[in-house]
Write a protein that binds this ligand. Structure first.
Ligand code: SF4
Length: 372
């Protein structure tokens, strides 16, 4: 089988690993396998080459296209072959980075050796110095994680579920605490120690809707991880059934649910809300129709807050005021107090949302009856 034919299969299997991409194969090079558009920090589009090294896997994750029981063509790219295929794209300006993941073929560390060898060839043999995101497989050794982090800009391990029992619903071959959480904490302890990539980051991913875990359980796990580690962010993958897997007849998870989880997760990770500030229904789920920040605000007794004196932690709890605009408010009001809401618009505040929750220079910005 040619490298291109192998890539078509392996890059297709890699689509379930999320990496900020917004559209699958929506770049101008639609006929080439494995090209995904990621969104950079400033919103710009970054084309990445995303592939598995192999789709051979000894694990039995019931939702996964590569689960061990599934009968289909198993193959693998050799490290040199994969490095050259990627460089072929990169040198033609088609992609700006690599996202490399892999199934676990027989042994975790043999798999890690092959993925590390691929990025070692890129860095040391071909002098490639651009973006690499390497997926750490569950059960990988600390030594292999350390060597991966010396070569990659970002690493990640998928936690997949929020609880040990939640993972047990998904797989009988992975141990939540030992194979996943312990490894995530190793990654965190090694974070910032690479002399080559001291600003490297780590992320994780959960599959949502494939087990019975509630949004509260998911966000409870994420709050614990954010409090204890420097995890950059979490990706929520909406479960979608794949034919010939154990879960082929299970109902798909709506992307509306994952969208609300992203909103709520940002409140925990970026805004440092506490879990008990978020609002869940009687089934411990987030509302699918209302914004988690607005629902949280409706339950707080701090409003209206005075724009000219409220502390940062209160400003960022106002719907319509983000972290950047709260910082700008604090910086400006030291010199010139705000007089009206139009001044806030210029800072990026969504005034229509915020006005109900604020006072400016002592004056309410919304009718009092709106604030019941
Ligand atoms: S470890 Fe599980 S999720 Fe990952 S490739 Fe193997 S079967 Fe799929």
């Amino acid at each position: 089988m040619s490298t291109l034919e192998k890539m078509k299969i392996l890059t297709d299997s890699a689509q379930y690993d999320l990496c900020d991409y917004v559209n699958h194969n929506k770049s101008s090079q639609v006929n080439l396998p494995g090209i995904y558009e990621a969104t950079g920090h400033n919103g710009c589009k970054i084309p990445l080459f995303k592939t598995l090294l192999t789709n051979k896997c000894k694990n039995d994750c019931k939702y996964c296209i590569n689960q061990s029981k599934r009968n289909f063509t198993r193959l693998e790219l050799a490290p040199e072959e994969l490095a050259k295929a990627f460089l072929n794209y990169y040198n033609r300006g088609i992609v700006n980075g690599l996202f490399l993941s892999s199934g676990v073929d027989r042994d975790e560390d043999i798999t890690m050796e092959k993925t590390i060898e691929t990025i070692r060839i890129l860095r040391k043999v071909y002098g490639y110095d651009d973006y690499i995101h390497l997926k750490i497989v569950p059960g990988a050794s600390k030594d292999s994680i350390k060597r991966a982090m010396a070569l990659a800009n970002r690493v990640s391990i998928n936690i997949e579920a929020a609880t040990p029992s939640g993972l047990a619903e998904l797989s009988s071959t992975k141990d939540y605490n030992k194979d996943i959480l312990k490894r995530l904490h190793w990654i965190d302890s090694l974070h910032g120690k690479s002399t080559t990539y001291p600003n490297s980051t780590h992320t994780t991913q959960l599959i949502v809707g494939a087990n019975d875990e509630s949004d509260r359980e998911i966000l409870h796990r994420m709050e614990k991880i954010y409090n204890k580690t420097k995890l950059k962010r979490t990706y929520f993958s909406a479960f979608s059934p794949i034919q010939e897997t154990d879960f082929e007849n299970k109902e798909a998870c709506s992307t509306n649910r994952t969208a609300k989880l992203y909103n709520a997760d940002s409140l925990l990770n970026d805004y440092h809300f506490k879990l008990n500030e978020l609002v869940f229904n009687e089934n411990n789920q987030l509302s699918l129709t209302q914004d988690p920040k607005i629902l949280a605000a409706e339950n707080m007794n701090i409003f209206p807050v005075e724009i000219n004196s409220a502390p940062f932690v209160e400003l960022i709890r106002v719907p319509g005021i983000g972290i950047k605009s709260a910082r700008k408010i604090i910086s400006i009001r030291k010199k010139i107090p705000f007089k009206n809401k139009n001044e806030l618009k210029k800072l990026g505040v969504v005034v229509d949302r915020a006005e109900k929750y604020i006072k400016i220079d002592g004056a309410y910005q919304s009718l009092l009856e709106n604030f019941q």
